[in-house]
Design a protein around this ligand. Structure first.
Ligand code: FPP
Length: 252
């Protein structure tokens, strides 16, 4: 992974104050299947090409000084795909973690996983835990991989946790607020995403970070995920910088 030393959005912000770099970009990587179909290839070829786009995107996030990058790699609904495709996806993920861990670590990337990881094979769970432990002190970029993730299930789990605390007398109902509830989500102390980007022309959140996306800028691009490059990433950052964010407040 080679990080090019060219001028980035953050550098521009420092020099003319005009650009605002998002701290956290979350991506719904979509279009692998259509990319493969357009080439007469099996769907797994699209997912393989998607892994290359993941590599490019991690490099782009580091280069552009985005501190947090979340990738929706496997949704809770993806378990309903044919067993062979589920196996292809988990195999790619396993190989990615094994082959990239040393390089991610060398580039200062901290890996975190959100979602119901207990549904994966024990060996993959162990690989994920090892990768998280190895990289936990890195500070260049936090890469959050959403696996077997669904936002509604995540919220229900947090409600159950809050009720358990209240029932045990450890939490007072009145002190449960947005901040304390947010900490019970799988994203815990991770800052909310500033940008949610979806590729392939679809314009839906598909059960991704529903609580956390309350004030996120939504950016959609027609590019299919395997074709996604640093230029597309930079274009999304530029789109974010153009938008005026008011968090519900009236214009001054
Ligand atoms: C959506 O395309 C993409 C996925 C379901 C999986 C994304 C996974 C990867 C990019 C590879 C593994 C990830 C990592 C982090 C190594 P789709 O199959 O729904 O495409 P379609 O809508 O065109 O059919």
């Amino acid at each position: 992974m080679v990080i090019a030393q060219t001028q980035t959005a953050a550098d521009l912000a420092q020099t003319d104050g005009s650009a605002s770099v998002p701290s956290h970009v979350a991506i719904i990587m979509d279009g692998n299947g259509r990319w493969a179909k357009a080439r007469g290839l099996p769907r797994v070829a699209g997912h393989r090409a998607g892994v290359q786009a993941v590599r490019r995107t991690i490099e782009a996030a580091i280069k552009h000084h985005v501190g947090w990058l979340t990738l929706y790699a496997f949704s809770s609904e993806n378990w309903r795909r044919p067993a062979a495709e589920v196996s292809d996806l988990t195999g790619l993920l396993r190989r990615f973690i094994k082959s990239e861990l040393a390089e991610l670590d060398a580039n200062g990337v901290r890996l975190m996983v959100i979602g119901d990881r207990g549904r994966f094979d024990a060996d993959l769970q162990a690989e994920l835990a090892r990768a998280e432990a190895t990289t936990r002190n890195n500070t260049n970029l936090t890469l959050i991989v959403a696996l077997s993730y669904g936002a509604r299930a995540e919220i229900v789990t947090a409600v159950q946790a809050a009720l358990a605390e209240i029932t045990a007398g450890r939490l007072d109902i009145a002190s449960l607020d947005e901040a304390s509830f947010g900490r019970l989500l799988s994203t815990g102390d991770i800052p909310d995403p500033d940008v949610i980007l979806r590729t392939s022309g679809e314009q839906r959140l598909s059960n991704f970070l529903l609580w956390q996306s309350a004030y996120a800028e939504l950016v959609f691009t027609d590019v299919l995920w395997p074709d996604f490059t640093e230029e597309h990433f930079a274009a999304a950052l530029a789109e974010y910088a153009r938008r005026e964010r008011r968090f519900g407040a009236r214009p001054g």
